[in-house]
Design a protein around this ligand. Structure first.
Ligand code: B4P
Length: 180
C-alpha cells in the first residue's frame, strides 16, 4: 500500500502515521521528521532548515525532493508519505518519480480539522515552531501552497477525506475504514 497523508500542519498526520505504519507494516517517510533530524544533528542543512521552519515557511523543493528520492528508491514494499508533497511542484515531481518505478500512489488521506482546534493543539505542544505568529504563517502557507493538492488528488480519484477531530484511536478507525 502506498499512501499520502495530506492536511494542515498540526492536523495530526504524524500522530496517525504511527498507527498506520504499525497496522499495515509499511515504511513511514516524514519530511518534517527528516528535517528535524538534520536540525538535531546540527548539519549545515539543519541550520538552514531550522530558520525556515521556525519562520513557518516551506523548505526548498530541491532539498525536500532530494531527501524523498534518496529514501523512496530503496523501499521494498509499501510506504506512507507524511507532510509530503506540500505544493504542486512536489506533487508533480512525486508522480513522475513514482511512475518511473511503476509504484503509483493508491490513496491520499486528507485530514479535515478546523484551524481553531489546530491552534489549540500546537500551542499546547510547544515545539520551537509552535508559537502564535508561526502557526498563523504556516496556516497561510498551507492555504496557498498545500490546499490546492486537495483538488489535484480529487481529480486523480485518489482523495479520501477523514474528519480529524476526536480521539486519536477513533480517527485511526476512520482511516482504516477509508482504506479498506
Ligand atoms: P510537519 O512536521 O509536517 O508538521 P507538524 O506540525 O508536525 O504536523 P502534523 O500534522 O504531523 O501534526 P502532529 O501529528 O504532530 O512540518 C513542520 C515544518 O517542516 C513545516 O512548517 C516546513 O517548514 C517543514 N517541511 C516539512 N515537510 C516539508 C515539505 N514537504 N516541503 C517543505 N517544507 C517542509 O499533531 C500536532 C499536535 O496535535 C501534537 O501535539 C499531537 O499530539 C496533537 N494531536 C494529534 N492528533 C490529535 C487529536 N486527535 N486530538 C488532540 N490532539 C491531537
Amino acid at each position: 500500500m502506498r499512501i499520502v497523508l495530506l492536511g494542515a500542519p498540526g492536523s495530526g498526520k504524524g500522530t496517525q502515521a504511527a498507527n498506520l505504519v504499525e497496522k499495515y507494516g509499511i515504511t513511514h517517510l516524514s519530511t518534517g521528521d527528516m528535517l528535524r533530524a538534520e536540525v538535531s544533528a546540527g548539519t549545515e542543512l539543519g541550520v538552514e532548515a531550522k530558520k525556515i521552519m521556525d519562520a513557518g515557511q516551506l523548505v526548498s523543493d530541491d532539498i525536500v525532493l532530494g531527501m524523498i528520492k534518496n529514501n523512496i528508491e530503496s523501499i521494498d514494499g509499501g510506504f506512507l508519505l507524511d507532510g509530503f508533497p506540500r505544493n504542486l511542484n512536489q506533487a508533480e515531481a512525486l508522480d513522475s518519480l513514482l511512475s518511473g518505478i511503476d509504484q503509483p500512489i493508491d490513496k491520499v488521506i486528507f485530514f479535515d480539522v478546523p484551524f481553531e482546534i489546530i491552534k489549540e493543539r500546537l500551542l499546547s505542544r510547544g515545539r520551537s515552531d509552535d508559537n502564535e505568529e508561526t502557526i498563523e504563517k504556516r496556516r497561510k502557507v498551507y492555504e496557498s501552497e498545500t490546499a490546492p493538492l486537495i483538488n489535484y488528488y480529487t481529480k486523480q480519484g485518489k482523495l479520501v477525506t477523514v474528519e480529524g477531530v476526536g480521539d486519536v484511536t477513533e480517527i485511526s478507525q476512520r482511516i482504516f475504514k477509508a482504506l479498506s
